[in-house]
Ligand binder design. Sequence first.
Ligand code: HEC
Length: 98
Amino acid sequence: MRTIAFIAAMFAAVPALAAGDAAAGRRVADSWCVGCHLVGDEKKAPMLDVPPFPDIARTRTPDQVRTFLQKPHPAQPLFRLSQKDIDDLAAFIAGVKR
Ligand code: HEC
């Protein structure tokens, strides 16, 4: 029994560490990214030349998203993302693929 609990705990913990927390990523996206990007399934027209997150999810791996977010992108206002924010956003973006 204890072995099973231990294994279950490991599976519960590992994705949160390695892959980021998509729900937390959504919260970051809702405060920092919605100004320009479509971040989910909202029904508004995308801004010109700003890739919607579902498109990014289709064309980029989470690692590519993480690498991209290490630096601010040109059109972005100043905001600082922690490494955790970056991991969470990468996990969230990967999940909005459609
Ligand atoms: C001021 C507008 C603006 C804001 C705010 C903004 N972005 Fe962007 N983003 C852009 C534009 C414009 C592009 C396309 C040009 C480029 O790649 O720099 C882009 C590109 C990207 C790409 C790369 C897509 C690709 O082709 O690989 C990612 C990933 C991304 N944004 C994520 C985010 C995240 C996450 C946030 C919130 C933390 C955010 N952006 C906030 C305007 C914005």
